[in-house]
Design a protein around this ligand. Structure first.
Ligand SMILES: [Zn+2]
Length: 368
């Protein structure tokens, strides 16, 4: 089996990623469906869409759903992982009663603009909550929102904000800090990890895709590709199945218990309790089908530095412009490289890992 060239799987723009994905789907003889965003546009004014590729019979009971671009700017790597899998030929030789659905650029606005959030500054991976019920509260985030999101991104304002955040962490602890900044919040529409007030277009489209393209699923394998957390270039698994339940054990069989049950990844803190994850959204949607899988990250920067880049990403949208276009462009490049490292060694390594991880799940499904 020869792998496609890993570097060729990465695109330099959203439009290029789509073209590469569509070409790879055609070569692999998959069925392509496109869901065009009704209003949002790319930075070049181009239209935005979610592309969906299906393999295997529509009425299959076993299926594998692979999602890229939930956090838009991380989508270049998830897209490369999907394109690489398409290039292996594995999807043309699926066992019977097995379907594979690749969902490309679920947050096409964020992908095209190389930002984490959707067109409404919503973190799509916090948007899968029940909006008819009371929304989760995150009072700790509200206490530190102004320091996390200063109006100016200058040395003086950052130093003042850091003093405030250091004092907050000193009195509340590292775990409370991680929970405050990562769990999700539903009160500050221009803040970080904002989960929104209604289902995003990307969420509704995912729901349509699952209903339309996975109508008979009873056993679902799931991967949501991300970048940021973990050791540089290494996969970091976040399984949101119940600890050591049947699906958790299945995922351990596919990918190795040591990878699933690691305590690392949050700079010494425990994993926060997230609200509104796509993982749980898909799980509810396919119930009573069983679902086993993970959010899988590829590490880029230490968690504190990656978080700094998210603050910059947010400041570029909502902060007070300092009139220095060159500096803004530099900051923008920093955000881009933080979530899609240009280093060819990093890119080759993650594509190799991603192909192997996807094939492990396919092999595991055959025995499920
Ligand atoms: Zn992410």
């Amino acid at each position: 089996m020869t792998l496609p060239d890993a570097l060729d799987c990465f695109a330099a723009s959203y439009a290029e990623a789509r073209a590469k994905f569509q070409l790879a789907v055609a070569r692999a003889e998959g069925q392509l469906s496109t869901y065009v965003h009704p209003s949002a546009r790319g930075p070049d004014g181009g239209s935005l869409a979610i592309d969906v590729a299906c393999f295997g019979p529509a009425d299959a009971a076993r299926a594998f759903l692979i999602v890229s671009g939930t956090h838009g700017g991380e989508g270049y790597t998830g897209s490369a992982a999907q394109i690489a899998l398409l290039g292996t030929g594995a999807l043309a030789r699926l066992p019977g009663d097995t379907r594979v659905v690749l969902l490309h650029a679920i947050n096409p606005y964020g992908f095209a603009h190389r930002t984490r959030t959707t067109e409404n500054n919503v973190d799509l991976n916090r948007n899968f909550v029940d909006f008819s019920a009371r929304l989760p509260r995150n009072d700790a985030y509200l206490e530190i929102h102004d320091a996390i999101c200063p109006r100016d991104w200058s040395d003086a304002s950052r130093a003042a904000a850091q003093r405030e955040l250091d004092a907050w962490i000193a009195s509340h602890g590292q775990q409370a800090w991680m929970q405050a900044i990562m769990a999700g919040q539903y009160d500050e529409p221009t803040g970080l990890n904002y989960g929104g007030r209604a289902p995003e277009w990307s969420r509704s489209t995912l729901e349509t895709v699952v209903q339309r393209h996975l109508p008979a699923v009873r056993k679902l394998a799931f991967i949501d590709w991300h970048t940021g957390l973990g050791q540089p270039g290494q996969p970091f698994f976040l399984c949101f199945n119940g600890y050591r339940d049947e699906s958790w054990e299945r995922v351990c069989e596919w990918w190795g218990r040591a990878r699933i049950e690691t305590a690392e990844g949050y700079g010494g803190a425990q994993r926060p309790t997230y609200s509104g994850l796509i993982f749980h959204g898909v799980q509810r949607l396919v119930a009573p089908a069983q679902m086993a899988g993970a959010v899988i990250e590829f590490g880029t920067l230490p968690v504190s530095e990656a978080y700094e880049q998210l603050r910059i990403d947010r400041w570029l949208k909502f902060g007070r412009p300092d009139g220095d276009a060159e500096r803004r462009a530099g900051l923008r490049r920093g955000v881009r490289d933080a979530f899609t490292p240009p280093d060819p060694g990093w890119r080759r390594g993650v594509v190799e890992h991603a192909v192997s991880i996807q094939r492990q799940a396919l092999a595991g499904m055959a025995a499920w």
